[in-house]
Design a binder for this molecule. Sequence first.
Ligand code: 13P
Length: 272
Amino acid sequence: MMIAESIAPGHIKSEDEHRRDICVAGRWIHARNFVAATDGNISVRLDPSRVLTSPTAVSKGMMAPDDLVVTDLKGKRLSGHRPPSSELAMHLLIYRRRPDVFAVCHAHPPTATGYAAAGLALNKAIVSEVVLSLGCIPVAPYATPGTPELSSALEPFVQNYDALLMANHGVVTYGADLLTAFFRMETVEHFAQVSLVTETLGKQVLLSSRDVEKLLAARARYGSVTASQVGPQCPVTSETEAAARVSFTRDELEALIEKGIEDALQRHREDG
Ligand code: 13P
């Protein structure tokens, strides 16, 4: 029987183990269709002054441990025969802003990236386990990949969330070790698929604010760094959605539409 490849939890490992783990995570994101071609990048923080990253422009499903690149926290290559990921600046920003983070994973999983391309946050309280694990997943504004503007677009969100949709681009997740960063990527894509099913069904039953409060309190008990920083509107609960929703009877709606058409015709007559 084939035993599945594994990544051991924790970030205190030898550099060789980290190299092996990044290659395993690369194969996982490729095998699960989270990336196409040479998309995606993965890094770990080796120590306070060095990062181990995937190289640029290779399939992350076909990396060998020697392909990986060690850089300092400014992105200067210290060892490795390939150039580092073109998105390294985004990884370094996350390491600077989040001392608790030791691994970063970036990919383009199709359903979550669809939400990012539609400018839709994955922020509705429809799955208890996702509120518990991630709170919610906002969309950071678009910026050109591989530029300093991308880091600036993500910066306001990094402190408060552990997973971000990147508008018109993809997803970045991070955590205390590589396994956590990878699992968060899996959770985001899985949640995006569940959200899409509820959209297709045309119905979503949101958890109440009370339910969400209990889940957020449990998050805090589990030691989540971002637990207390989830915004008042995020995740969206049944109450916040109800407050944002207006409802009309059929007669009221028809009267409103007729009035709108009448007003537009009147303006047209006056102008013409
Ligand atoms: P790199 O191969 O340079 O890491 O870039 C891949 C990618 O997904 C850019 O968004």
